[in-house]
Design a protein. Structure first.
Length: 168
């Protein structure tokens, strides 16, 4: 699984891509923080805890469809965090009264659409990576070295896979 952050407006949303199932898992607390417009992460966490209990008592399947994965926190450590697919998040968003609900729904739909396009044309994901590194202030030289380094690292594994060598 590959952990990446995505930006919604100026908020970082932690997400994980499971290549086996081709599914994005998003941090529920990050989404709740945006919906409730809470600057404090702990307040958003408490809101999610109360909402999760209320939805569980109501018998909502949205809560049971949430998983827990280790995601990096602000302190750099990895902690178990409630995550959900875009489909489950769309249902959870409806449970939070917020003016940000509709923009979050549109953002989730766009993230899914972008991933489908990248699957059809992998060059798009390379271009997205380049744009992200540029936004983070990386130089063109750094970006080129990074992309070349990844290509170089992939050559042996591609060769091994093509010749029937298995991991382990």
């Amino acid at each position: 699984m590959k952990i990446q952050s995505a930006l919604f407006e100026s908020h970082a949303i932690r997400r994980v891509y499971d290549e086996d199932t081709e599914t994005w898992w998003f941090s529920v607390v990050d989404i709740v923080q945006v919906l409730t417009q809470q600057p404090d992460y702990q307040a958003a966490r408490n809101y999610w805890k109360v909402l999760k209990n209320r939805l569980a008592k109501e018998g909502s399947e949205s809560v049971t469809n949430c998983n827990r994965l280790k995601l990096p926190a602000a302190d750099g450590k990895n902690y178990l965090t409630d995550v959900a697919t875009a489909e489950t998040l769309l249902r959870l968003v409806q449970s939070v009264p917020s003016p940000k609900a509709e923009p979050i729904k549109l953002w989730l739909a766009r993230v899914g659409y972008e991933r489908m396009r990248e699957m059809a044309d992998p060059a798009l994901s390379l271009e997205r990576a380049r744009e992200t590194w540029q936004k983070h202030g990386r130089s063109e030289k750094w970006i080129q070295q990074r992309m070349t380094g990844q290509e170089t690292r992939n050559k042996p594994t591609d060769y091994w896979a093509g010749h029937g060598i298995k991991q382990g």
